[in-house]
Design a protein around this ligand. Sequence first.
Ligand code: FES
Ligand code: FES
Length: 156
Amino acid sequence: MTTTTLTLNGLSCATDADPATPLLYVLRDDLKLNGAKFGCGLGQCGACTVMIGKTPVFSCLTPLSVVGARPVTTVEGLGTPDKPGIVQQAFIDEQAAQCGYCIAGMIMRAQALLLRNPSPSDTQIRRYMSPNLCRCGTHMRILRAVRRAAKMLAAA
Ligand code: FES
Ligand code: FES
């Protein structure tokens, strides 16, 4: 049995999952973090998006073995229901969720965008967010939420 140590949401944790296991399954099934969702399992929807370092990744396609020492951040690492992070709060303020299935992934991709570009144009937001799909069609509200998050971060 192989034990893998991960830095997850700022804390060290260990898993005995097979190193070939997709990170998404480790997060959800082993570590009981259910924010990242299984949508397609094929890298086509973004529901499973988490950050490794500052890079958004499809955790459904990312084997545990490739994470290494890099920190993993999931939507649970950005805030709590009582104290949401800024990007989470912006999505709440804009009521960006309909069914909500895509939203954790959307928030993680938006977080990664704003880390590398705190003041993106609408074109840059649309381009960066494009790997993540919303089947409910709330894209305009998501766009507004990312714009709002950029403003909130600038004012923080
Ligand atoms: S579940 Fe990973 S991209 Fe769809
Ligand atoms: S809110 Fe339902 S898939 Fe995006």
